[in-house]
Design a protein around this ligand. Structure first.
Ligand SMILES: [Zn+2]
Length: 188
């Protein structure tokens, strides 16, 4: 909440900082807000423009994201921004500095004399949601799952089976074994 007294001043620029939490801002758990107590830092600069105000906000927090390459969870440093125009006119027409002034294009909040505070929560929420890239990587050069595959097992040199049988004896045993195999087959 940005209180009226915090930005209504004669100063051209006013800096106002807040802290909140992921739970309070309402970031969903499956979006990385498993820890609802995680601190959300919001720093705003409010500029007086004619009778209105232009607010720029920076949002930073830590989300718990899954890497899109290796699937590991990692703390993602979320850094977002938002801009709002605080309009003092009843009809909300922003008192911008002319047709080239785009500062009121993002969002306009009403701050007529009866409004005591502006809720920045929806803007902070949007800034966090937009801060997460489509491809989330635990680190820039994450190799993905490829380095997870176990290294090639060491090649085992087959140990020759020592046999005390003479070559003839070995041949006889082999024939016997073949015969047994044939008989088995024959039963079906
Ligand atoms: Zn990764």
């Amino acid at each position: 909440m940005l209180k009226r007294s915090q930005f209504k001043s004669e100063e051209a620029f006013i800096k106002v900082d807040f802290t909140s939490s992921l739970g309070h801002v309402g970031v969903p758990e499956d979006f990385g807000a498993q820890n609802s107590e995680e601190v959300v830092r919001v720093s705003t600069v409010v500029q007086n423009v004619r009778d209105d105000f232009h607010l720029r906000g920076r949002v930073s927090t830590v989300l718990n994201c899954a890497c899109d390459r290796c699937l590991d969870e990692f703390p993602f440093q979320s850094r977002g921004e938002f801009e709002i125009w605080l309009a003092t006119r009843e009809d909300l027409v922003p008192m911008i500095d002319g047709p080239d002034d785009t500062r009121a294009d993002e969002a306009v909040e009403k701050v007529t004399d009866d409004i005591l505070a502006v809720d920045l929560t929806p803007h902070v929420y949007d800034a966090i949601m937009l801060s997460v890239p489509i491809k989330k990587l635990c680190r820039e050069d994450c190799p993905g799952l490829w380095d997870r595959v176990d290294p090639e097992p060491e090649f085992e040199v087959p140990v020759p089976i020592e046999s005390t049988d003479s070559p003839q004896e070995q041949l006889r045993k082999l024939k016997e074994a073949l015969e047994r195999g044939k008989k088995k087959k024959g039963r079906f």
